[in-house]
Design a protein around this ligand. Structure first.
Ligand code: ADP
Ligand code: MG
Length: 214
């Protein structure tokens, strides 16, 4: 059905071009994308920058093809500097958490992305756009901020990563934007259950978030 080579691949999905203007994101584990698609449509209606969804069918999500690098790529090439990158992440959190939750009756609950790191932001001519909503749920905004800090810290504490040093700088700059990270322990236990690293590595990353506050 598709050309053998995806346009891009992440940890969970392969993304295939569908002409010049659309892509299909296919979950490799076959997981259904309907909830994700409904959330993206809601957020777009609220003016939040997400790709327009055209179709959700089992593991396949058809959406706007965004033009531009991921924020991770833009940070590596220097197209975006570290401080601007940190501001972009903090602002995307702030805007998301300003919206009403869609499902929860708890007035304090907000939509949380829970995987909002530089590879899930695309830098387009119309501004940054957030992709990869498969981890989203509703809850306390502080958990979302803590997850971003923790995920960036995972890279910063990985001695085999060629971008460990800039990730450390990004973490410091992000924390300067957000102030103290409050739900770090909850984020670490969620990440231990859902992320790619073992508990020892997640604990190392959490310790880095704590010390990065200085
Ligand atoms: N709408 C899109 N337009 C262009 N490229 C995209 C789009 N959505 C995703 N991508 C590319 O595909 C990669 C993987 O998509 P993503 O949704 O993040 O999947 P994963 O869950 O596997 O990380 C992204 O990092 C990005 O490079
Ligand atoms: Mg991703």
């Amino acid at each position: 059905m598709f050309a053998a080579t995806p346009l891009a691949s992440g940890r969970c999905a392969d993304v295939y071009a569908l002409g010049a203007d659309r892509v299909i994101r296919r979950n490799r584990d076959g997981g259904d994308v309907r909830a994700e698609a409904e959330l993206m449509t809601y957020l777009r209606g609220q003016g939040y920058p997400v790709p327009e969804v055209f179709r959700a069918d089992g593991p396949d999500l058809e959406m706007t093809r965004l033009a531009g690098p991921t924020l991770a790529e833009a940070l590596v090439t220097g197209a975006t500097d570290i401080r601007s990158g940190a501001r972009i992440l903090a602002t995307l959190h702030h805007r998301l958490h300003a919206l009403r939750a869609r499902l929860s009756p708890d007035p304090a609950a907000r939509v949380l992305h829970l995987d909002l790191h530089p590879q899930n932001v695309m830098v387009t001519a119309d501004g940054p756009v957030v992709i990869d909503w498969g981890s989203a749920r509703e809850g306390r905004p502080e958990l979302d901020l803590a997850m971003t800090a923790l995920i960036v810290a995972e890279v910063a504490t990985d001695p085999t990563s060629p971008v460990a040093a800039p990730a450390g700088d990004l973490l410091t700059a992000f924390l300067a934007e957000t102030g103290p990270i409050r739900l770090l322990d909850s984020a670490a236990s969620l990440r231990t259950r859902t992320g790619p690293l073992d508990p020892r590595r997640v604990a190392q990353a959490a310790a880095r978030v704590r010390t990065a506050h200085g």
